[in-house]
Design a protein around this ligand. Sequence first.
Ligand code: FAD
Length: 514
Amino acid sequence: MTRKMTNDQPHKTPNKSGKTEACDVFIIGGGINGCGIARELVGRGYDVQLAEMRDLSSGTSSWSTKLIHGGLRYLEYYEFGLVRKALQEREVLMRMAPHLIHPLRFILPHLPDMRPKWLLRAGLFLYDYLGPRKILPASKSVNLKNDMTGEVLADHLISGFEYSDCMVDDNRLTILNARAAASLGAKIMPHNKVLSAKQEADGWHIETEQGAVRAKLVINAGGPWADAVRDLREGQNQMGHNQKSIRLVRGSHIITKSLFDHDKAYIFQNSDGRILFAIPYLGDFTLIGTTDIDHDDAPDNPQISEAEVAYICREVSAYLRKDITPKDVLHTYSGVRPLYDDGAEDAKAATRDYVLDFEAGTNNRWLNIFGGKLTTYRQLALQVADKIAAVTPPPSNSRIGTKPLPGGDMPAADFAAFFAALQHAHPKADTKNLRRMAMAYGTEITKIIGTKEGAQDLGIDFGAGLCQAEVDFLLSHEWARDVDDILMRRTKLGYYADDEMRDKLGAYLAQKRA
Ligand code: FAD
């Protein structure tokens, strides 16, 4: 299938490497929004390129709470449209990526001096029925005195509620969208910073670290860098658009060893009206967060503050039988929410919905994305594609729709059945590591470990379950380059890695690059 525009084909321009580069749509930013849009647009036949200045999914899409959720708390801010949109996506995304996205039950303990019981019950009723729900069970009341989830909770917590949402591997969701886009012909370029964009008679001339590209239309999916990306346009200040559209709000998490030995999560209401999640993570840890702090620095490398650690420990301890202190914190991470600046006074009240700002002239088509959530990335991509189609009809009638992401093509999207069959086919494999890989690669796991009939040589053992065959797969299929690309983004084995493992992997990667 050719992926050329049917009209107004952009002129081809030699780039610095002497190669001619031109495309219909150039996307700046390889987070969930950029990669999701690339998949949707290439699925409609556009010729798409995407440049990411660092590793794919190394921005905010790395540092989320990892939930595909409606956002129960947004109901309080009357964001019914956002909650409905997000609730609709839960089961759609579960079917597209049953290996990455798994149902999770949340326990919401009730405290008499917090939101009243009737309000919680009404909110959960809305949450159950605002969006379609065939797989995820409805909410219910729970007696914490005779439920195992009550065992770790403080004595005064007697009752609560239980409801459904989903857990996701945010990095892999992003990277698999990029892979889906690439498999249809999109050019995905990590480690390629966009330096400037100049308006020309027939589109944009874009300078990147790897050369120049001409594009009919540019999409700014720069997440927390979206204001800076918009300002890359030559003459931006004269264009009168140099206002600030993004409000940077930092959210931080702490990771402790597992605080409980069941597979449900908790949502706690804090003394300041915020909420905190405590989520079983990777089988060995509990992930607790998040905060909402206006972030005045650059978004490049946000760090948790001591005050945030103290806040999370204090608030979560109010609910637990045993206090959590900063000494219990094994790891932390922080991300910056690229929220659309709607003028809300309080960071926690700023809208979590996205805004598409499309300048749809004839030779300066440029679309800024402000805000958005992981959960709504596909909806956002659909809306972006529809806006573009209105000015540049898609070259083909095809649609990628809800086609499974790479590795998600398992019968009836049933991960449990898929994993049981996998275990049966590989009886000698370590169950925990097999599950980890099945959750990361889905049906593509056979490309790494082989099949029952033909087991693959797994090569060097780097430790923590990481083998050479997996590393080679990530190098050849998923744009991995550096140690953290593998240990922190494409796997989460960095939480188990020691210096020896890092050094061994680093030496192997250096040798592969040589
Ligand atoms: P990013 O992922 O930041 O991607 C933007 C990319 O643009 C970056 O990778 C950056 O390197 C690149 N870039 C910038 N400038 C340039 C340039 N000049 N050239 C090339 N590339 C460039 N959402 C949920 O649905 N569920 C959750 O549980 C959830 N939890 C969250 C918790 C926290 C603490 C935070 C911070 C966010 C959370 N979110 C959640 C929201 C969600 O993570 C973000 O909305 C989403 O990841 C934003 O994706 P993005 O693609 O817009 O931005």
